[in-house]
Design a protein around this ligand. Structure first.
Ligand code: ADP
Ligand code: MG
Length: 477
């Protein structure tokens, strides 16, 4: 969020988002709009941004009028939406930097033009593989740092990449899920590079976005058959960011592709930001097929792992920029304070590299602290899982999790169950039907009833309110 926005604009933005969410529903909202940010309002124009070009074109072609209408409900004089792709350049252009930013900007421009900036602006570092999404040669197994939270995913990915056609397939699909910036794309591209290095092996890496675009545009140009042939002619299909797969027809095609590949003994590798059961826009049968192979979660990067990643990055950068030296104490400081994800670690090093290249100044602790200060984020509110809510609530009320999911209607289970549903509604983005499904297949009206009931009770019963507060705290810490 742009820090320079006026409070009133921020409040309007909050209302616009709520309106939009009410109109399109939670699922669509979280798939397409959750990462949209307000950049500013000028006269008749609202300027907003999203992190990828794909999101921008999708929102522009499908939701532009809706978004504008939501703004107009706030302020009738607004007649234009300007949606940009968020980059460091954009940020700098809007927020005047406190210090002369010219040199740094030269480097960051690479990011606006290319896809992802990885510290060496002179090298585009992107390869288009036949029909697939661009691959970055730096994202391979050698550069992937293994630690406790990702070793299982790493081992599985290695195994998949090394398998030869005709070998028995051990787990299919391999489904990896993790939060943003925790290495999913890195691992998937590593599988693709390694797999394609083998003779007679063909691995196709596609983002879900590319899958959708490929299919939709193939349909338009009547080459859908050719597209299907390409997909079916490969040994390993790798699909990144599956949570973005949308649309009935694409889904049907995806389901068909998945089934035919798996049934033909071809490997499928998937990454998403959530487990298969939480892919709400995806058909139930597809979800269960996805869950039928090996599902692995990658956890957050611990401090040690972050330090390792930074070390590896510096070593890689030094191959091209031998003068780039970062004292260990500086690396340790960055590893300690930038806890969010791998992308921010990379961003921090890129800034140091830019400074070092452009000013020739040695990287001191002071310089580093100044450069990376704005990359430190307040801890994101922890993502709470429904299972976790059920576990904690069951423990608190001394019943079992099975009781909460069961159809028993005795008072000692009914109340805890309602509390758990209420917490699921307030602490997660899950929809009522989804919550119902996760509570032993109940109807969404039951969930709604529970939520209303607890809301009502909390207003009148302070001890219940305290109890709920304490449960919330336990879940969020
Ligand atoms: P995701 O796809 O999960 O959002 P990425 O794979 O794009 O995350 O990772 C973000 C950045 O962090 C990339 O630059 C990636 O190389 C780096 N990174 C994440 N995990 C690791 C790791 N285990 N080892 C090395 N680099 C990592
Ligand atoms: Mg990714």
């Amino acid at each position: 969020m742009n820090p320079q926005l006026a409070q009133t604009d921020l409040e309007r933005w909050t209302r616009v988002k709520a309106r939009l969410q009410a109109e399109v529903g939670e699922d669509i909202f979280s798939s397409w709009f959750a990462r949209m940010e307000l950049e500013g309002i000028e006269e008749d124009t609202v300027r907003m941004s999203v992190p990828t070009r794909f999101l921008r074109s999708w929102i522009q072609s499908h939701y532009a009028e809706r978004v504008l209408a939501c703004w107009q409900a706030e302020e009738a004089k607004l007649i234009r939406i300007d949606l940009a792709v968020r980059t460091a350049v954009l940020r700098q252009a809007i927020t005047p930097p406190a210090k002369p930013a010219e040199p740094v900007r030269t480097v960051l421009d690479a990011r606006a033009n290319g896809h992802d900036f990885r510290g060496m602006p002179s090298e585009p570092g992107q390869h288009e593989t036949a029909g697939g999404s661009p691959l970055d040669p730096r994202l391979n197994f050698d550069t992937f740092v293994v630690g406790r939270t990702n070793e299982l995913a790493y081992a599985a990915a290695k195994q998949v990449a090394a398998a030869r056609r005709g070998d028995g397939i051990m787990f299919n699909p391999l489904y990896i899920h993790a939060g943003v910036g925790l290495g999913k794309t890195h691992l998937l591209q590593a599988v693709t590079w390694a797999g394609n290095a083998q003779p007679d092996n063909k691995v196709l890496y596609l983002t879900a976005e590319k899958f959708m675009y490929g299919f939709v545009s193939a349909l338009r140009s009547q080459t859908a058959l050719a597209f299907k042939d390409v997909l079916r002619g490969i040994n390993v299909l790798v699909i990144d960011d599956l949570q973005f797969l949308q649309g009935k027809q694409t889904q049907a095609e995806f389901s068909h592709t998945l089934n035919s590949l798996i049934d033909a003994g071809r490997q499928v590798v998937i990454a998403a930001d959530r487990p298969p059961g939480d892919l709400e826009t995806i058909d139930e049968r597809v979800r269960s097929r996805l869950a039928g192979g090996l599902v692995v979660e990658m956890g957050g990067l611990g401090e040690e792992l972050r330090l390792e990643i930074l070390r590896a990055r510096v070593a890689a950068a030094r191959l091209h920029h031998p003068q780039f030296e970062v004292p260990t104490a500086v690396l340790a400081m960055i590893a300690r304070i930038i806890t969010h994800n791998g992308r921010d670690l990379e961003g921090a090093l890129n800034r140091l590299l830019a400074c070092s290249k452009l000013t020739g100044a040695p990287i001191t602790m002071e310089l580093a602290e100044r450069e990376v200060r704005d990359l430190i984020r307040p801890q994101d509110p922890k993502k709470v899982k429904i299972e976790e809510i059920q576990r904690i609530v069951a423990r608190h009320y001394n019943v079992s999790r099975g009781d909460l999911l069961s159809s028993r209607r005795t008072a000692n289970v009914v109340r805890p169950r309602q509390v758990a549903m209420y917490l699921a509604k307030t602490l997660t983005l899950r929809s009522l039907p989804e919550i119902g499904r996760r509570f032993g297949g109940r109807d969404h009206t039951t969930v709604l009833h529970a939520v209303r009931k607890i809301e009502h009770l909390v207003g009148n019963d302070t001890s219940l309110a305290d109890e709920i507060d304490s449960l919330k705290r336990q879940l969020q810490e």
